[in-house]
Ligand binder design. Structure first.
Ligand SMILES: *Cc1c(COP(=O)(O)O)cnc(C)c1O
Length: 242
């Protein structure tokens, strides 16, 4: 086993243990492998180990890796290798409005939408031959003053607007809380995100309820799963320290 495949295995065990501890089915939590700052070789190792969903923070770096992996796949196919199905790239970093086009053209998901203007541009710029872009709204759940993310009280209105955009599919919410001092504190902040998620779904304002609550990273994935996360975004525990 390579280092990355054994690390993926350990992360998988952590996810399973956390699900078991809260009586949730392990199939209810997906792993997004955050490959930012790591090269194509690391992604290929993770793909070989069965990982399919990858997260990138920096748009130019992400697009470069997406295209490089595609070239690698084409080379493999030419050598007779079986095609790899189900690869997914998630943009999880800040997006300036002049940088929406490469995101719309290359990523499958965007988890860091925090204002309508960005969503509108992504919808307009999503190429017609691609599937709609899958979107999560980034919520500033702990109210950090310098943090990106929409304020909790403004999430519902933004969700309703984004859900109406033709080339986007609103999938859920994403949050990146500050590191917590302990498990209980981490659970408390993640639980407030879960409550917001449930409240918006229960309002009935969305024609299709959201199904994705993206929260939890290397340090706090257990607390996030305890609170109801459906997708953990893990970088260092998969690829090593940055
Ligand atoms: C870097 C990053 C992660 C992964 O963090 P780790 O601590 O390496 O697991 C998850 N989400 C976002 C938005 C990130 O920027």
């Amino acid at each position: 086993m390579t280092t990355i495949s054994s690390r993926l295995h350990l992360v998988d065990e952590r996810i399973q243990a956390a699900c078991l501890a809260t009586d949730r089915p392990a199939s209810g939590v997906r792993l997004l492998a955050v490959s930012k700052t790591f090269g194509l070789d690391a992604v290929i190792e993770a793909v070989a180990a069965g990982q399919r969903a990858f997260g990138e923070n920096y748009i130019a770096e992400g697009v470069e890796k997406i295209l490089a992996l595609r070239r690698w796949q084409a080379g493999e196919a030419a050598r007779g290798a079986k095609a790899i199905a189900g690869l997914e790239w998630h943009c999880i970093g800040p997006i300036q409005s002049n940088k929406t086009r490469p995101v719309a053209e290359h990523f499958d998901w965007v988890q860091s939408v925090d204002r309508l203007k960005i969503a509108q541009r992504l919808s307009e710029q999503r190429p017609p031959e691609l599937a709609p872009l899958q979107v999560c709204l980034q919520v500033n759940i702990d109210g950090g003053a310098n943090k990106s993310g929409v304020a909790p009280e403004a999430v519902q209105a933004l969700a309703e607007e984004v859900a109406r955009l033709p080339r986007l599919v609103l999938r859920g919410l994403m949050s990146i809380p500050e590191p917590a001092i302990d498990f209980a504190a981490a659970c408390a902040v993640h639980t407030s995100a879960k409550a917001l998620f449930d409240q918006i779904n229960a309002s009935g304002a969305l024609a299709v309820p959201m199904d994705t609550l993206s929260m939890g990273m290397t340090e706090d994935l257990e607390a996030a799963i305890h609170a109801g996360s459906t997708m953990v975004r893990v970088g260092r525990a998969v690829f090593g320290s940055r």
